[in-house]
Design a protein around this ligand. Structure first.
Ligand code: NAP
Length: 296
């Protein structure tokens, strides 16, 4: 079989960001500038990179972005008070508290403090519940929402398709399954969710028309685990040692890309696949939050 066509998250994210920029311009014409406030606590280098990218992207889209950087010693009470202040601030439409948080702060308590209509990450229990019920006025988490959009944009038929998701985390695997099992466009799939306790993982993955991998295990999905012609979406982002690069490390996904590419029909690369979509969908959610503040 010829090697798979690439799904370019980089290109698609550009398109979504252009749509977002147009929506931002329309909102500004009506006197509303969408505002995304990101809170970064401590000095985790990976978090700093993610936050920098979100800040840049929101500025490029014409939003009023702000990043509040606090020391690692910040108490939970201080963070909750800040979130409450942002909840009250009418200029702030989206609030994102970058994870992971220092040990003294309970992430679930912080997520519950964010007003659901400003929770553009889609992690508040109200938004999680709305997603499961199929109510569309909440916010879906950005990474799985980005994956769904990729499938739609590349014309992948999800209706009636066997989708296998590897991973059951709250931020990727579970909401991914919830999105694809809804009724409607880009959904209507028959979804199987696999995890570390799944017996004979390959027997499940080989039945997948669409295989979505979010396990955080470098190159765990090998070619023999993939049905010929399947669509493979690799959410994994793993930094591995690579002495041939300047930094001494390299980013790889959860899929053995070179081998699986020979079997699949469509595949996402890492980097340049799901990653850029996550930020684009964050901007999308922030614009929606701002649009919902307009009088009907
Ligand atoms: P996570 O919370 O660690 O969850 C990993 C999931 O994979 C768990 O449900 C785990 O099962 C399952 N798993 C682990 N090893 C497995 C195995 N050998 N066989 C079957 N299932 C296995 O990770 P996450 O936050 O969902 O992230 C997953 C990956 O996506 C990571 O590489 C992360 O960096 C990446 N990610 C990328 C983006 C992006 O924008 N591209 C966004 C978020 C995350 P148990 O539940 O049984 O432990």
């Amino acid at each position: 079989m010829a090697s798979a066509q690439l799904i370019s998250g980089t290109e698609l994210a550009k398109k979504i960001r252009a749509e977002v920029a147009a929506d931002v311009a329309a909102l500004r014409a009506r006197g509303v500038t969408p505002g995304l406030t990101v809170v970064l606590i401590g000095d985790d280098p990976a978090s700093a990179v993610y936050v920098g990218a979100k800040e840049r992207a929101s500025r490029e889209a014409g939003m009023a972005g702000e990043t509040i950087r606090l020391p690692a010693s910040t108490s939970q009470a201080q963070l909750l008070a800040l979130v409450e202040q942002l909840n009250q601030d009418v200029r702030v439409h989206g609030i994102l508290v970058q994870m992971p948080l220092p040990k003294q702060i309970d992430p679930d308590t912080v997520i519950r403090q964010i007003r659901p209509d400003k929770d553009v990450d889609g992690f508040h229990p109200v938004n999680v519940g709305k997603l499961l019920i199929g109510e569309t006025d909440g916010f879906a988490p950005c990474t799985p929402a980005g994956v769904q959009r990729m499938l739609v944009e590349y014309g992948v038929e999800t209706r009636g398709a066997n989708v296998v998701v590897i991973g059951r985390s709250t931020i990727v695997g579970k909401p991914m399954a919830a999105l694809l099992m809804q009724s409607g466009p880009g959904a209507d799939a028959t979804v199987t969710v696999c995890h570390s306790r799944t017996r004979d993982l390959a027997s499940h993955t080989r039945s997948a028309d669409i295989l979505i991998v979010a396990a955080g295990r470098p190159r765990m999905v090998t070619a023999d685990m993939v049905k010929p012609g399947a669509v493979v979406i690799d959410v994994g982002m793993n930094r591995i040692a690579d002495p041939t690069t300047k930094s001494g490390t390299r980013l790889v996904g959860d899929v053995d890309f070179d081998a699986v590419r020979q079997v699949a029909s469509l595949i996402t690369p890492v980097p340049g696949g799901v990653g850029p979509m996550t930020i684009a969908m964050l901007l999308r959610n922030t614009v929606r939050a701002a649009q919902r503040t307009l009088p009907a």
